[in-house]
Ligand binder design. Sequence first.
Ligand SMILES: *[C@@H]1O[C@H](CO)[C@@H](O)[C@H](O)[C@H]1NC(C)=O
Ligand SMILES: *[C@@H]1O[C@H](CO)[C@@H](O)[C@H](O)[C@H]1NC(C)=O
Ligand SMILES: *[C@@H]1O[C@H](CO)[C@@H](O)[C@H](O)[C@H]1NC(C)=O
Length: 504
Amino acid sequence: MSPTPHFYPLSSTAPVILMFLKAFAALAVIGGLFGTLAVGSKFEAYDAGLFIPFEDLKALSSRDFTTLAHPLFPNTNVRIKKSTDFCDGSVNAYTGYIDNGARHMFFYFFESRNNPATDDMIFWTDGGPGCSSALGLFMELGPCRVTSANATTFNPYSWNENANVFFVDQPIGVGFSYADYGEYVMTTEDAATDIAAFMAIFFEHFTQFKGRPLHMTGESYGGHYVPAFAAHVYDQNAQLIAAGATPINLTSIMIGNGCTDYPGMLDSYYEVECAKHPVQSLSFCMSMKKAMPRCQKWLKESCLDIFDTVSCSAAMTFCTTNLVAPFFVTGYNPYDITKLCDGTIETTLCYPIIQTIQSYLDQPAIRQQIGVDPAVTANFTACSSTVGALFTAAVDSAFPSQNYIELLLARGVKTLIYVGDNDWICNSVGNEKMTLNLDWANHDDFGSQPLKEWSVNGKAAGQTRSSGPLTYTTIYGAGHLTPLDQPEVSLEMVKRWISGKGLL
Ligand SMILES: *[C@@H]1O[C@H](CO)[C@@H](O)[C@H](O)[C@H]1NC(C)=O
Ligand SMILES: *[C@@H]1O[C@H](CO)[C@@H](O)[C@H](O)[C@H]1NC(C)=O
Ligand SMILES: *[C@@H]1O[C@H](CO)[C@@H](O)[C@H](O)[C@H]1NC(C)=O
């Protein structure tokens, strides 16, 4: 089993984790999408004023969805409603669906508690693959925390303290997202295209947000998605400019406890559980050490040098059996190695509050309030094992998402990699190594920077190094779910990052 609010336990017998989006042909899709746009008549229609922005979010109905379209995205509509007094209470909340053909992706949008008219935009996705962003919303960085099936409390450390925040259930099959024909999406490619179009349609309709800095953020396997999503938004901008529309001000990506470079992460487990936090038996440590070079060689040859699904999949099974599975017999929480699992991975993912969040989101009144489509008949599941299994089948986790980070850095998109120190599953050892290995202009300068301690309200918060647009930091006293474990530090980190001040 595997991990997850973020790494989902795929089955109780197969200690296979993960993921893999087939994603990567992804960018080609953009060409296709815009290929149809490069037609004069479309632009004439656009120029002729057939597109009228909706303009005022507050004018949206709280009863029914309003459907937003845009001539540049003929395949995509956004259904959106006001969800009065939902979760926050002090700001306007909106929910809805991004509709693309048979695919319907659910989102939540909370305005900033500070100044929605000038504050930055943050996009958030959870990981899994297959886990709902409701986890991030209701137990980590959202405006409220679920406390019972019928109650929430105000979260003073929500990231909408001074940013407008989106939470998206993606890909299809996750949370309240659904497909008309019961099909699932197993690649980030579809999700990335839909998300980029959603961002553009949203900004085009609600013009007060046009040009506003956008920070794309994700956790865990979200660290695998976010670089691809940001790359789609970046490439889409060229098309928006060509069509005379306003490009999206993609300013940064933030990745929390990411498994961006999963093969690299596999290599870190020995150090984390046998050295840094020695919770593992010597005999398992011994067998892990022996398996490491074989795992790395096999992954390199079958997943990176060439991509052979069968061989890559076999390599991943070998690696997870030998390097991941041993941890799960220890009884420790894979998301916080300083604790034992509370419950079991299969039932609680070590966090019983997840069951409460599920009950909360199954209340008919809540579903009605936020506009969950009647087509979503199943009970809410925090993490979809179906989606997880599809990504695993595609061996998506072997895709080197860190290469997108290199490309984004080179184009001036800032990157923050933050990691709760006590995480095992997507830990600081693997993440630090990933950042040090990035092939980009400041590689040497970044590597030569010492880790420096930064603090919040006079208290040591973590250790950081940065060079130009790239910052890496640890967070003391936090596991995988950094904003849950260290809410105040997390919020302060985000405030400093989006203000461009740096953490120190
Ligand atoms: C939540 O409140 C509703 C309406 O008051 C009630 O019908 C329902 O049983 C409650 N659910 C739980 C789990 O307490
Ligand atoms: C993007 O946001 C940054 C930071 O606020 C700002 O300096 C810049 O002018 C914006 N760019 C555009 C094209 O609006
Ligand atoms: C949803 O959960 C409730 C309570 O746990 C259960 O009684 C019901 O059968 C479930 N419904 C579906 C469609 O799984």
